[in-house]
Design a protein around this ligand. Structure first.
Ligand code: AMP
Ligand code: FES
Ligand code: ZN
Length: 308
């Protein structure tokens, strides 16, 4: 197999793009694609200060690497969740994230949930109704709260996450199966900031296959945590990803077309914002000042207070 650009030996074949590339051309092509989508969806510019939420996984570390190589001003945020799962999951992901930042001289903000809020995620979840069976809902709420707080307090213009095409297509699949109109209205590569203090958010990898991200991390020699979160097993999103992968195997490009056609349909007026039941204005939490949909305390403060 030959590289379509230089005729050298191709190492990455992307049937969905009818493209095969050698390592050198692939490592140039992928950041170019990401830059194209950042511009297309008006995510941020080179004069913005960007905060990248990094979990220690291949997507978010590669995203940080790509934005850094593209010359953006980008700091990292790692949230320590206190998850062990018999593999020291949180400790190892923190170690790899810190190593990545040190090697490149990049600034990393670390927030440890057990240190700041007095309890690890699984313990916090165990004590609240939300997380009796699995801590994922408590974990998601906590991560969103901390990401938004650090982005606002640090004066960042935008918060970016490593969600890739497989994540976005799986979310879209779930939202469509349930006709979750509120989610469908909001699902987009970039979400504008909203008063009071809701940070602007963007997903620069939303059109990049997970497989391409794994190839990028490997070819760049990025050391990342291979294990999924121990609580991810059996999740709906993994099930949806498997179903979409089966379609992709028969019809290369199916996943991309499902997601991109959705974005195009939205640009043509499907799911106009009036269908969003949560479109009304946000309130400031009476305890932490962060945005919440109902007046009073936000869900995160109610949860952490329950723990205290
Ligand atoms: P997940 O929800 O685990 O699929 O992760 C989606 C994205 O959220 C990742 O690509 C990261 O950008 C961000 N993220 C997940 N976990 C963490 C964490 N512990 N610290 C900082 N960012 C995270
Ligand atoms: Fe939060 Fe798994 S429960 S990452
Ligand atoms: Zn609050």
């Amino acid at each position: 197999m030959k590289c379509n650009q230089c005729g050298g030996k191709a190492v990455v074949q992307m049937r969905q793009h009818k493209l095969a590339l050698c390592a050198k051309d692939f490592l140039q092509w992928l950041p170019d694609q990401v830059e194209r989508f950042i511009k297309k969806y008006k995510m941020f510019t080179h004069s913005d200060r960007v905060l990248a939420a990094v979990s220690g996984g291949k997507d978010s570390l590669s995203l940080w690497d790509i934005l850094w190589r593209l010359g953006y001003s980008v700091d990292g945020l790692y949230i320590g969740l206190g998850i062990d799962g018999g593999i020291g999951y949180s400790d190892e992901s923190r170690r790899l994230t810190e190593k990545f930042a040190n090697e490149r001289g990049l600034r990393l903000v670390v927030v440890s949930v057990p240190d700041v809020y007095g309890e690890a995620i699984p313990d916090m979840a165990h004590r609240t109704r939300r997380g009796k069976t699995k801590p994922c809902a408590v974990c998601g709420l906590t991560k969103r709260h901390i990401m938004n707080r650090i982005a606002c307090e640090g004066g960042y213009d935008v918060l970016v996450t490593g969600h890739n095409l497989d994540d976005e297509a799986a979310a879209l699949f779930g939202n469509t199966l349930n006709w979750a109109t509120g989610h469908l209205v909001r699902q987009w590569p970039v979400l504008e900031a909203r008063p009071p203090a809701l940070a602007r958010k963007a997903k620069p990898l939303c059109r990049i296959y997970e497989r391409e991200m794994a190839a990028y991390a490997m070819l760049r020699g990025i050391e990342y945590i291979y294990d999924e979160c121990p609580y991810a097993e059996g999740s709906k999103s993994i099930y949806y990803k498997e179903l979409l992968n089966r379609m992709e195997a028969d019809r290369p490009g199916a996943k991309l077309s499902f997601y991109v056609s959705f974005l195009q349909a939205k640009e043509n007026g499907l799911f106009a914002p009036h269908a969003d039941p949560n479109a009304e204005s946000l309130h400031a939490c009476t305890t932490c000042g962060q945005p919440t949909s109902a007046p009073g305390e936000c869900a995160f403060c109610r949860m952490t207070l329950k723990v205290k």
